[in-house]
Design a protein around this ligand. Sequence first.
Ligand code: SF4
Length: 377
Amino acid sequence: MKTTGLYIHVPFCVRKCSYCSFYSIERDEVLLTRFRYMLLAEMERKAAGVNIGTVYAGGGTPTILSPEFWSEFLTTLDRVADISDVLELTIETNPGAVLPDTLAEFRKAGFNRLSIGIQSFAYSELKTLGRIHNPDQAILTFNQARDTGFQNIGIDLMYGIPNQTPDDWQSNLKKAIELSPEHISCYELSIENGTPIADLVDNGELSKPPEEHCREMYFLADEFLKEAGYIHYEVSNYASGDENISRHNSSYWNRTPYIGLGPSAHSFDGKRTRSWNVCEIDGYLNLIENDRSPVEETEYLDSKEIALEMLMLGLRWKAGVDIEEVKVSTGFRINEQYLDSMIGSGKVQVSGSLIMPTTKGMLFADGDAANLIEDLP
Ligand code: SF4
């Protein structure tokens, strides 16, 4: 039986980064106090009796909540849900937002994996991104996490930052490798409307590196990190061994059910039903305080949407997608001609009914998934 992932969105940060389009607000003590109670209440309601497989505290900056709170959260989870199968409990943090003593307390509270939002080791790039930390703090936080007993640490890096060259990116990758994290995520900066960085780009004060440089940086990461022994297992993710592939994130890619807690968090039943919570903290708190559900909307995927999702997710990670499984579960077939063109252009390899993307193919997953579906007669 499939277990269920538990994601907790903590919508507070020390300060908003210039590129951030996630729902998060600056730390507010009054809201934080209310949020602690309501998060526990939502968890007790949604996770009761559920067999939980992974726990992921993200955000936002979840280490803004104290280790004592997280200890209480995990103890309550143990009381209301079945957590005997949980192997991975991740908490995200950001350099400059956590103290070394506190890191040890998060470990004691039960988290066995730490994900650190380093983003860059270059002072000017961190400044452009509006991050609160400098490169020394990034390295310090990583080393302190190691010293306090975290044996599974992931770091996030970003490429495609204004003024960043492929050489700059290469030097970030080298510094990341020197730290020997178990997991590295490399995301391309996306300029989202309504963010301060988007205004600077619109005004011509900043510009993203050219598309060909961003493409070069994607392939540089693949080359460099593979050479250092990492497995490129998903378009943006690398692990130092199979045992360090993020179990929680894998559950999104193989359509395992998950429960989302907190403002804007999504839940999925592993079949065709997806729902999401209201985005704003006030609305979220008011609904739960009044004993009402924080779910804003529920969508039911039809067979074509499920087929598309299976292909899109499968073409983003090295495990690939089983086209027989797509056919049996949705009735949709694959356009053989288009598949041949993907093989011809080196985007995928095929073994039996399994289509597995190459490094190049992972980049085109979304468009290729739509073209691969043969419309029903
Ligand atoms: S720390 Fe992360 S969630 Fe918080 S503002 Fe920055 S990018 Fe957004």
